[in-house]
Design a binder for this molecule. Structure first.
Ligand SMILES: [Zn+2]
Ligand SMILES: [Zn+2]
Length: 368
């Protein structure tokens, strides 16, 4: 999108008195290229879990609906990917966490620090809303307290400075909202989000499962339905949530046989006793999705298309193997992206029931 189009959009938004954050054109010659009349998925980070990778950042996806960005998960590296793509983090007014494992949220503090640096709080009353499972408030408060330490140093050179104030005298523009139940958990004039508790914590003792929650999200947009699995194992709840979705954005591990080989390798390399090996195998099979269990889930849910994320192929051949594995069960389009790939969901006005989902930027994704 060119600069004048953004200018017009911004003027139109202001004329309508809309309070959402419009995304301005990127600085330094980069192109934000957000589109006004569709829903776009920008894959900021497509890796799953530690260890950190050179080529893929930790999980983070930007859903852009009619030009308004929503961030889903915020792993380490999210801010760098936003800078690369030319989207100022402070223009993202709403962030959602699927769950609070470290690969999904430790990039939040960088995003918040960059937001805080760029928001002019004296003249700007905007809030940044952060939604997630129980403990999201604690996470956001801790992150703000953390960034308030270095920011206070600037304040010390200004008149009236006092030591020892709460949050070092800084006012937080961040508001946490905890998702404590299933059903519709968020609604605005563009999207509605329905949450379901998935099986990512299936092996956790029941008394702790009441405290720790892992969600999948179904997001209804004007252009179709996008479902994020977050991290999950096989789950009837996720099948129900994803039923008939236009796009299922899903985590995917290797196939069962390959996975067992990997588990044997890990056990031998780390000299795991049998119980440790069994525990790891159960975690991978019951709390994550292999290509087989994802294929079955996508097929049962009758989704229109499948987009991988939170996956760790080491090369193109492994990436293709993931697609082939899922294709044994699911016959719709399967896309295997790299970081910064973009996909657009739009509705053809002539056939308003049918959504088109296609690659619309960078185009490095494998597809079949
Ligand atoms: Zn994860
Ligand atoms: Zn996880």
């Amino acid at each position: 999108m060119n600069k004048s189009r953004w200018g017009k959009l911004l003027i139109a938004a202001l004329a309508l008195g809309l309070t959402f954050f419009s995304v301005p054109v990127a600085s330094q010659g980069q192109t934000a290229a957000l589109r006004a009349n569709d829903t776009e998925l920008l894959m900021l980070g497509t890796a799953g879990g530690p260890p950190l990778r050179k080529d893929r950042s930790e999980p983070s996806s930007l859903l852009i609906v009619d030009g308004r960005p929503y961030l889903i998960d915020c792993g380490i590296g999210t801010i760098r990917r936003l800078v690369e793509v030319g989207i100022p983090s402070e223009t993202i007014g709403t962030i959602f966490f699927t769950h609070l494992h470290p690969d999904h949220d430790l990039g939040l503090v960088d995003v918040m620090a960059n937001d805080y640096f760029h928001l002019d709080l004296a003249s700007d009353a905007r809030k940044i809303n952060i939604y997630g499972p129980p403990q999201t408030s604690e996470l956001v408060e801790a992150a703000f307290h953390y960034i308030s330490i270095p920011f206070e140093v600037f304040a010390a050179e200004k008149p009236g400075f006092q030591l020892g104030r709460p949050n070092h005298g800084l006012t937080s523009p961040f508001v946490a909202h905890e998702v404590v139940g299933e059903g519709v958990v968020y609604r605005d004039d563009k999207i509605q989000i329905t949450a379901a508790e998935n099986s990512h914590y299936a092996l956790m003792p029941a008394q702790f499962r009441a405290h720790f929650k892992s969600y999948s999200y179904r997001i209804q947009t004007p252009h179709g339905v996008v479902v994020f699995t977050g991290d999950t194992g096989p789950s009837d709840e996720v099948v129900k949530l994803a039923m008939g979705a236009d796009v299922l954005v899903a985590e995917v591990e290797e196939g069962l046989e390959e996975l067992r080989g990997f588990i044997d390798h890990m056990a031998a390399q780390n000299h795991w006793p049998p119980a440790r090996k069994q525990e790891f195998a159960a975690h991978m099979e019951k709390e994550h999705l292999t290509v087989d269990s994802l294929g079955e889930l996508a097929s049962k849910a009758q989704v229109q298309s499948l987009l991988f994320y939170h996956y760790n192929p080491q090369n193109k051949a492994e990436q293709q193997a993931r697609i082939a594995g899922v294709k044994k069960y699911f016959h719709g389009p399967v896309l295997a992206p790299m970081d910064l790939d973009r996909f657009c969901l739009s509705k053809d006005e002539a056939q308003s029931e049918k959504a088109n989902f296609e690659s619309c930027g960078q185009n490095t994704a494998d597809q079949e």
